[in-house]
Write a protein that binds this ligand. Structure first.
Ligand code: SAH
Length: 475
């Protein structure tokens, strides 16, 4: 592989000098390049033999000395002679980048062939090996780039601050620029020299985009985890910090809701069991309306939004209203519960999988999956089963699970007041335990026995970890 012997960079010269040494044809050629920039260009030679008068350069007909290098960015040595030798030496001493025509061994840099559409520039370099080829490439690029490209870039540059104020989302800003830079109307106006017209088109376009930005907000469906502030993902936290409105379930503890931006509006849509203060339809509608007001909305759901979270209905409503949304996963209750109980829900030779299932059907109808679950041989993690735990146990036994199958219950999983107990299907169906207040996960299956269910033992472990927390005792 051929590697480059040079590294192409764009070198800043604004506010500095470009110094050209020599008064002949070579110096003139470099001066022509240098005046493409807005650096101050000075030409120094004890004898000026060429006419520089139609270039914006300062010509000083004197012997080269160190003062000529003050505030210089680049130095070109054009024509051979005594000045050239002094300049080479002084430039090297000053540590400034030097280019000497036809003497590559003295050069710190080479001048590429340049296609100039300021502020866009294309530099083509052949490391001095094939200048003809470089010029050919330049000609092709010249032909490919419209002459007004620079004006277009200038137009975009001028609008920058306004765009920042009017369009809040970076994505939408990019969309605006892309449209501006490819707009045939703007291009045509610039090509015809109608710069004012082009400006007007650009402003129309900007207003359009700004309106869209204001009109549609964004909805994040965010998993809040089981209720501990430090079981939120970093992404969830970041999204909460940028929310205008946080629409949260009752199950999400206040401390987590408070993690949002301080001045965010907060709406509790309370869907705790038995207290449906908002219907799902009303919640869907609210999300759509808030987003249509241009707000950054966080729909904060306990655990993971995609597990028993009615996310499907909300997503459907957002899609129908053409509102952008994204989903941020969370630690689901059963995962937190398994950790609390130190229960590997999958266990070699015992349980080859785990099923998360609900105890209730939609609208509290009976579910039909007990037979399949009883026959599955998998660990069951049952959500929403606390209040009908005896019925669930009886169903599972009726569908063929052994009455001795272990049952583990974790209340307030992942929280400081997490509590748990171990039982079996028979005991639970005949003699349901009294459980602490709070949501619960019910695990059923042979693997359950391998958890750490003794509350005291687990508390001791917590103490050892320096995380002493008051745990509520489960009967
Ligand atoms: N999307 C949530 C589940 C919502 S359904 C998730 O992924 O976790 C509500 C049910 O979740 C409750 O009835 C209960 O069974 C369970 N649950 C939620 N938080 C819990 C917690 N901290 N501890 C135990 N169970 C919890």
């Amino acid at each position: 592989m051929t590697r480059l012997g040079i590294f192409p960079v764009s070198y800043k010269v604004r506010g500095k000098k470009i110094v050209i040494v020599g008064g002949g044809a070579e110096a003139l050629a470099k001066a022509r390049l240098a005046v493409k920039t807005d650096a101050e260009v000075i030409v120094v030679a004890r004898k000026i033999e060429t006419d520089f008068s139609n270039l914006e350069v300062t010509v000083s007909e004197e012997i080269f000395n160190a003062s000529h290098l003050e505030n210089a960015a680049l130095v070109f040595v054009g024509d051979e002679g005594p000045d050239a030798d002094i300049a080479k030496r002084l430039t090297k001493e000053a540590g400034l980048p030097l280019n000497v025509v036809d003497q590559p061994e003295y050069c710190d840099f080479f001048t590429p062939a340049i296609v100039d559409r300021a502020p866009i520039s294309v530099a083509i370099s052949s490391e001095g090996e094939a200048p003809v080829l470089a010029r050919l490439v330049r000609a092709k690029i010249e032909a490919a780039l419209p002459l007004h490209l620079g004006k277009l870039a200038g137009l975009a540059g001028k609008l920058r601050n306004t765009v920042e104020t009017l369009i809040s989302s970076g994505d939408r800003r990019r969309k605006f620029y892309q449209e501006l830079l490819t707009s045939s109307k703007v291009e045509k106006a610039l090509a015809e020299g109608k710069d004012d017209q082009a400006n007007q088109w650009a402003n129309h376009l900007l207003v359009d985009h700004a309106n869209v930005d204001r009109r549609t907000g964004f909805v994040h469906l965010v998993g809040a985890g089981p209720g501990a502030e430090d079981l939120l993902t970093l992404r969830a936290q970041r999204v909460l910090q940028s929310a205008d409105v946080i629409v949260h379930d009752q199950l999400v503890p206040e401390a987590v809701v408070q993690m949002g931006r301080r001045d965010a509006e907060r709406v509790a849509v309370g869907k705790a069991k038995g207290r449906h203060s908002f219907t799902q339809k009303r919640i869907n509608q609210m999300l759509v309306e808030l987003a249509q007001q241009g707000k950054q909305v966080v729909r904060l759901k306990s655990g993971d939004p995609m597990i028993f979270g009615r996310a499907a209905e909300e997503i459907e409503a957002l899609k129908a209203a053409n509102i952008e949304y994204a989903i941020v996963p969370g630690v689901t209750a059963a995962a937190a519960a398994a950790s609390d109980a130190q229960l590997p829900v999958t266990l070699r030779n015992v349980a080859s999988g785990v099923v998360y299932a609900t105890a209730h059907g939609a609208d509290d109808t009976a579910v039909k999956h007990w037979s399949v679950l009883a026959q599955s041989g998998l660990t069951l993690g049952i959500y929403m089963g606390k209040s009908i735990i005896s019925e669930v146990a009886r169903e599972l036994v009726a569908e063929g699970l052994a009455a001795t199958t272990p049952v583990g219950i974790v209340v307030n999983a992942g929280r400081a007041n997490s509590a748990r107990c171990l039982s079996n299907l028979n005991d639970i169906s005949e003699n349901p335990p009294s459980l602490a207040d709070g949501p619960a996960i019910v695990f059923v299956g042979e693997a359950v026995a391998s958890g750490a269910w003794l509350q005291e033992a687990a508390d001791e472990q917590k103490n050892l970890n320096g995380e002493a927390q008051s745990s509520q005792q489960v009967a």
